[in-house]
Design a protein around this ligand. Structure first.
Ligand code: MLT
Length: 279
């Protein structure tokens, strides 16, 4: 699998998987394998500022198949907006000859999915919104993002990587799935602070997507972890009520990283949705 993009040309129906912050495409490992095995064409990029979009080594992965790269020496004060990322996704689909896809985003990936469906409504066959929310940040949340951006630029990702697992994962995951805990910590540890800071600034500037919800006229699957304190059930219920055509899947024993914590349940929900509603 390419470090930047998994594009399995096998199936007719494409699914785009958009990772959360501050992760990379590898958080979707279980979904990439599952969807590919079920005949879907899976496109799982590293979003701008993350994964191999910020390493020189990614040239070897094939520049023609990458999302736009971030020059390392120019990113320190940069803002990477959710719309920038959505444009990158559309450009990547163009490059791959994919006209439309079901777009699945977790948390920050969900914000990118909102932008994508707004800018390219004809290119989204369906949406899967996991651990995300529609409203924009309040002033306090924006300030916290600015502060965290400065902190990671000054000190790197180590402290954040160490502190994050208990916030992102359910107690049962922490107790019983050490490989998932290690993987989450490792992804954060390896995130580039400049890309992560730029995305933090971009998230702080994102629009309020609430008013978009009634106008989204593709099927939507909302997934939320019962124990997610970052994007709790109330955020999912708000979207479910405002959307015209949506179903809500609540995953027990999972917090923010539902797809990694309970991959079998997450994948079954994807399969049911893709099989009945979208394809
Ligand atoms: C994420 O997991 O992508 C983040 O929690 C998104 C955010 O900070 O709003």
């Amino acid at each position: 699998m390419s470090g930047v993009l998994h594009d399995d040309a096998g199936g007719e129906s494409a699914v785009v998987l958009l990772h959360g912050y501050p992760f990379d495409h590898s958080m979707w490992g279980e979904q990439i394998d599952f969807l590919s095995a079920h005949g879907y064409r899976v496109i799982a990029p590293d979003l701008r500022g993350f994964g191999e979009t910020v390493t020189q080594a990614s040239e070897s992965a094939g520049p023609s198949r990458r999302l736009k790269s971030v020059p390392l020496n120019e990113v320190d004060r940069t803002i990477i907006t959710m719309a920038d990322m959505a444009h990158d996704v559309a450009a990547l689909m163009d490059k791959l000859g994919v006209a439309d896809a079901t777009v699945c985003g977790l948390s920050m990936g969900g914000y990118v999915a909102f932008e994508f469906v707004r800018m390219f409504p004809m290119r989204a066959r369906g949406l899967i919104l996991a651990g995300t929310r529609a409203p924009a940040d309040n002033q306090q949340e924006k300030s916290a993002r600015a502060q965290q951006a400065e902190q990671m630029l000054a000190k790197g990702m180590g402290d954040i990587a160490d502190a994050s697992p208990p916030k992102l994962l359910a107690p049962r995951t922490l107790a019983e799935k050490p490989a998932v805990v290690a993987r989450v910590r490792e992804m954060i540890w390896h995130a580039d602070p400049r890309g992560a800071a730029a995305a933090q600034r971009g998230m702080a500037k994102r629009r309020d997507y609430s008013a978009d919800l009634p106008g989204i006229n593709v099927p939507v699957l909302i997934i939320v972890g019962r124990q997610d304190s970052i994007r709790p059930l109330a955020d999912a219920e708000f979207m479910h009520q405002a959307l015209g055509d949506s179903r809500l899947e609540i995953i027990e024993d999972a917090a923010h990283m539902t797809n990694m914590e309970q991959p079998e349940i997450f994948n079954r929900a994807l399969q049911e949705f893709l099989g009945t509603d979208v394809v």
